[in-house]
Design a protein around this ligand. Structure first.
Ligand code: TA6
Length: 299
């Protein structure tokens, strides 16, 4: 049995012999679908998401670079649109590969890796005008049985140093947000963006009972797990990404987003976003920075 790949000029898809699949839009290198062997979708995608390149995709896993949110007092990125240009740019598909990954039950499992690239040459004139540094991004999406790893390598190809932020803006699909608890953030400091950006400390599990927009700095690099009705559904591990943003727009913010539908879809999604956003990664000429996440689902 083989991994099958297909690509038209707008997206690339890989399917493992066991049925798991991932689809990546070249617009923003945005993962728009990730399914388990039975085809059940693990990510949430708005039914009115723009998939034609006209807007960043509402859902899936958009990429945030070189700035998270907006940074009006950060000269280099102050003029960039919210969350930067990576999710709004057309990436190149660099290639695919398969490898055997030792699996629990001894049978060799195949995994599929898709690589995407973006550099200054791929930016719109508008984006280049606002952030003109020489850079290179390589985004690797690796589909294994039961898990998905996404890794971003950022390289400074300029003669000048520059700073950046990186975040993987993952929209996880949940059955009912009211049954969800997030574990692994106990004791972490967080900035509460729906309460005057006050800094608070998390005690116990995170429950979502209204608009939630928090930038956590976990005390250690441990896993963040999402449970529904007391049963673990996702585990998210991070490599070199010191923050986790937890976001749910809830009723009013969902109502206010034109590309967010159905309007009660906030009950079926929770953003768990690994990133390096509470400070800046400073890259000297020639320096590289890599950040990655692995999302495992527990059926
Ligand atoms: O990740 C949380 C957040 O920064 C929220 O503040 C909200 O703005 C969300 O991202 C979505 O941003 P977008 O630009 O995709 O509408």
């Amino acid at each position: 049995p083989q991994v099958t790949f297909s690509d038209d000029n707008s997206s690339v898809r890989a399917v493992l012999p066991t049925g798991e699949s991932v689809t990546v839009l070249l617009h923003g290198a945005t993962i728009t679908s990730w399914t388990d062997a039975s085809g059940s979708e693990k990510l949430w995608l708005s039914s009115s998401a723009h998939l034609d390149g006209s807007k960043p995709v509402r859902g899936g896993i958009p990429l945030v670079f070189p700035v998270f949110g907006t940074a009006p007092d950060h000269a280099q990125t102050a003029s960039l649109a919210q969350h930067g240009f990576a999710r709004s740019s057309r990436w190149e598909f660099l290639g695919k590969s398969t490898s055997e990954s030792a699996s629990g039950d001894g049978a060799a499992d195949l995994s599929a890796k898709l690589d995407f690239g973006l550099s200054a040459a791929g930016l719109s004139e508008e984006a280049k005008g606002k952030w003109s540094f020489a850079f290179n991004l390589i985004y690797s999406v690796t589909l294994n049985r039961g898990s998905l790893t996404t890794s971003l390598v950022v390289t400074n190809d300029d003669e000048k140093a520059w700073d950046c932020q990186v975040l993987l803006h993952t929209y996880l699909r949940v059955k009912d947000i009211n049954e969800v608890e997030v574990h692994g953030l106990d004791g972490a400091q967080y900035v509460d963006k729906v309460d005057g950006a006050k800094t608070k400390s998390q005690s116990g599990a995170v429950k979502i009972t209204g608009e939630t927009d928090r930038v956590y700095t976990p005390v250690a690099n441990g896993p963040v797990t999402v449970a529904e009705g007391g049963k673990k559904t996702f585990t998210v591990t991070r490599d070199n990404l010191s923050n986790v943003v937890v976001w749910n727009p809830w009723t009013d913010k969902a109502a206010g987003m034109g590309d967010f539908s159905p309007k009660d879809g906030f009950k079926n999604m929770l953003c768990i976003e690994p990133g390096s956003v509470s400070g800046w990664q400073s890259l000297e000429p020639g320096d590289a920075y890599e950040g990655a996440q692995t999302i495992t689902y527990h059926s």
